[in-house]
Design a protein around this ligand. Structure first.
Ligand code: ZN
Length: 330
């Protein structure tokens, strides 16, 4: 049980919570509504005849992508989106993404629907504290993912060349917001979904952070539910971290909770969730408390750190124990 993975699934709300005041230069992570205005590419729609009156990027993009005469506009919108996200820079101080990555281990996984590069940027600095870090899956691809078409190895796109064979890295096309998304659009996205399926089947805890499962992701939600429901798992746990009302969240995630005998907890922030109390030991802490009946609490909890030295110092006792193969809760 203890060696089972902890799976995190991230949506737009996770990036919002990570950079509440924007990125390093105050650049915001746009939401679907008013998306084109927010990233300053709404001028591309001048002279374009749209049936939709909506300002939502999904409605606009879906309509344009279905009309061959707008192929060029669609390509420009895609370029605008990629350019916007490529410019995003994680703030210098430790963020919630740094805390999240450092609070999981290589048996665990973070799967994200977000296109922004912040998670990879955070990974690239916390890996100086430990190399035992979670797997990452980009379910709609990501502007900072670079793939070597030759050895299928992937790494940050800004490295430009494959560190295994030296060939130029390519950036897999993002999965853009159309109603009927094709998850087999490219090998990279298809592979991410296969791997997500594995983690959904095996995970002891699944934490969904800031992902609202919008109507347009209906197929994604069905695929996730199918994999998660492959077994009755009454000892497992679902956590939802979100600021939406509890009614809405229960309604969205209840179908998943059926399989865990309704073990569904809702939190307002990352720190309140299980990794907040048991960083790098979430499954161990959960099993100890809920299955073995432990009544005490962890002495090493996640907290806001102003510097990376402080964050490294906080995690040090856990990482030192790991080098001795000791994964106990402390
Ligand atoms: Zn290569």
């Amino acid at each position: 049980m203890r060696s089972r993975p902890h799976l995190f699934i991230l949506g737009a709300g996770a990036t919002k919570a990570t950079i509440p005041n924007g990125d390093k230069y105050g650049r915001q992570s746009p939401v679907m509504e008013n998306f084109m205005q927010e990233i300053g590419i709404d001028g591309l729609l001048d002279g374009v005849k749209l049936k939709t009156k909506s300002n939502n990027i999904e409605a606009i993009y879906s309509e344009l992508a279905s009309k061959p005469e707008y192929t060029d506009v669609v390509r420009k919108i895609e370029d605008g989106i990629v350019n916007h996200y490529r410019k995003m820079q994680i703030p210098d101080k430790p963020t919630l993404y740094d805390c999240l990555i450092l609070s999981l281990r290589s048996k665990d996984c973070i799967a994200t629907f977000n296109w922004d590069p912040l998670l990879i940027q955070a990974y690239n600095r916390v890996n100086k504290i430990t190399r035992d870090l979670p797997q990452m899956l980009f379910l709609h691809s990501c502007v900072e993912v670079g793939v070597c078409e030759d050895c299928k190895h992937f790494e940050p796109y800004h490295n430009r060349f494959c560190s295994e064979c030296g060939k130029p890295l390519v950036s897999p096309r993002l999965l853009y917001p159309v109603k009927n998304k094709d998850y087999s659009q490219n090998v990279y996205i298809q592979d991410a979904w296969y791997r997500l399926q594995y983690y959904l089947e095996k995970a002891c805890i699944v934490t969904i952070w800031g992902y609202s499962a919008p109507e347009s992701d209906k197929k994604a939600k069905q695929m996730m539910l199918k994999a998660f429901s492959s077994d009755y798992r009454p000892l497992d746990q679902i956590e939802v971290i979100d600021i939406a009302t509890e009614d809405v969240l229960y309604k969205t995630w209840q179908p998943f909770a059926k399989n865990t005998n309704y073990h569904l907890n809702i939190y307002r922030s990352l720190i309140e969730s299980l990794i907040g109390e048991f960083p790098r030991r979430s499954i161990e802490g959960y099993v100890k408390r809920n299955i073995e009946g432990w009544w005490d609490s962890s002495t090493l909890k996640l907290k806001e750190c102003k510097t990376f030295d402080e964050l490294a110092l906080l995690m040090k006792p856990l990482i030192e124990n790991e080098s001795q193969n000791n994964y106990n809760v402390i």
